[in-house]
Design a binder for this molecule. Structure first.
Ligand code: LRH
Ligand code: MN
Ligand code: MN
Length: 424
């Protein structure tokens, strides 16, 4: 299914006067709205190929119908998101859940939808059919060199496929760790993992980055070999300048101060990018901003402040990606909500009066500092985000248009009601 430009235009026209009235309220009271809108237009968030079908838990999976059945259809779905919001201009593949058999035609299809390929993800947390060695006891950390070698070769193959698609980064998330005390020698597991990562690092093209993603627990419940940002930073530092830490918001222990982690990683030049989602308990992979939007804003406040201090380009110098998936929402609606939540937090962070905040800190004026942050956070910036979409050629109200065009119903007609997307 394709969304034609005139359908977007029609709905936008019918909502234009209400939108403009809301927007002028903001532009009248805030000085930097023009630059906020420009920055929003430039800001793109990559969509993970595995979030396009209904997710599942180990207790069940409930198909939404019309889910993409292959890589081509996944690209078409991200194309739909991009047509609606003009902020989802990239797709991130997970190999071998995705198998780009013919890179040239896959690349051409993505280009037709205005999409590029973001980080490619390797998978050594599951055994694949026909695979010689099992990852039951880990992959890059494994006590057996032959298992490590198999996992290294898989990562190098993923880089090769990514190069063919025009990707420029590899994300490595490892399930490696242990379930019980005594199972693992922590130092040997770390050293094996580091040696393995070094071989993968050596295979990176010059313009590539590798992102080392950490996660506190699951599937291992006693120790994880890349369990937190400290461990990830150790690997990234030992590997070299192309290696960075990737922060998945759901991968922390409860109440972790993620904004402080982000600030220090940025300071060290080792923050590579994000997997955005939200969570109440663990790695819940809920819609971004659905549980704790204030935390998301505080993270963006650190990002804006830290990136500006280093003269970094907000849109291009970090990897921005969503990693969300669950059982109950239409995945495309969920992704539209997630992208918007990210844009809202970013726009609010751009409203923070950085000079005044610095001054308040200098004077130990805690009350003032909180007021400054919350002034920005409590500003309804939805008209700014909508205006950015409008100027970029997207829909003022993407979910409204998605529903009025009956996109899901059409996808079900095209692809069927009982569909099983590949992936988690
Ligand atoms: C692990 C993770 C990682 C995987 C994805 C499917 O929990 O966040 O990024 O690649 O989920
Ligand atoms: Mn992730
Ligand atoms: Mn995760």
């Amino acid at each position: 299914m394709l969304i034609e430009k005139y359908r977007i235009q029609e709905l936008n026209d019918s909502q234009l006067s209400t939108h403009k009235a809301k927007l002028s309220g903001l532009t009248g009271s805030i000085a930097n709205t023009a630059s906020v809108i420009e920055k929003l237009i430039a800001f793109q968030v990559a969509i993970p190929s595995w979030a396009l079908g209904a997710g599942g838990t180990r207790f069940g999976r409930f198909s939404i119908g019309g889910e993409p059945r292959n890589l081509e259809e996944k690209i078409e779905d991200v194309g739909l998101l991009q047509a609606l919001n003009q902020s989802s201009g990239a797709i991130s593949l997970h190999i071998p859940w995705d198998i780009p058999e013919n890179a040239t035609s896959i690349k051409a299809l993505a280009a037709q939808h205005g999409l590029r390929f973001d980080a490619v993800n390797s998978n050594t947390f599951q055994d694949q059919k026909g695979q010689q060695h099992s990852y039951k006891f880990g992959s890059l950390q494994h006590v057996d060199k032959a298992v490590r070698k198999q996992a290294i070769e898989h990562n190098i193959e993923v880089i090769r496929q990514g190069v063919a698609l025009g990707s420029e980064s590899l994300t490595v998330w490892l399930a490696d760790g242990s379930c019980f005390p005594g199972q693992l020698n922590f130092r040997k597991a770390f050293q094996n993992t580091l040696e393995s990562l070094k071989e993968i690092y050596a295979a990176l093209p010059d313009n590539w980055k590798v992102f080392v993603e950490y996660k506190a627990f699951e599937p291992n419940f006693y120790s994880t070999t890349v369990g937190d940002w400290g461990q990830s930073l150790l690997y990234a530092s030992k590997l070299g300048p192309k290696a960075y830490t990737l922060v998945d918001l759901g991968h922390h222990l409860p109440n972790a101060n993620i904004e402080q982690i982000v600030s220090l990683l940025l300071m060290e030049g080792k923050l590579g990018g994000f997997h955005f989602n939200d969570s109440k308990y663990g790695d819940d992979d809920l819609t971004v901003g659905s549980i704790n939007p204030y935390q998301l804003f505080l993270i963006f406040q650190e990002l804006v402040e830290g990136m500006d201090a280093k003269g970094m380009n907000h849109a291009t110098d970090l990897g921005w990606m969503i990693d969300a998936s669950h059982n109950v929402k239409d995945p495309l609606e969920d992704l539209l909500q997630s992208v918007e939540a990210i844009q809202l937090a970013y726009a609010q962070a751009l409203l923070v009066d950085a000079k005044a905040l610095d001054q308040a800190r200098q004077e130990n004026d805690t009350v003032k500092a909180q007021e400054l942050l919350q002034d920005a956070y409590r500003t309804d910036v939805r008209p700014l985000v909508a205006e950015a979409r409008l100027r970029a050629g997207g829909a003022l109200n993407p979910i409204g248009l998605y529903r009025s065009l009956k996109v899901r119903e059409n996808l079900i007609k095209e692809r069927g009601l009982v569909t099983v997307a590949t992936g988690l």
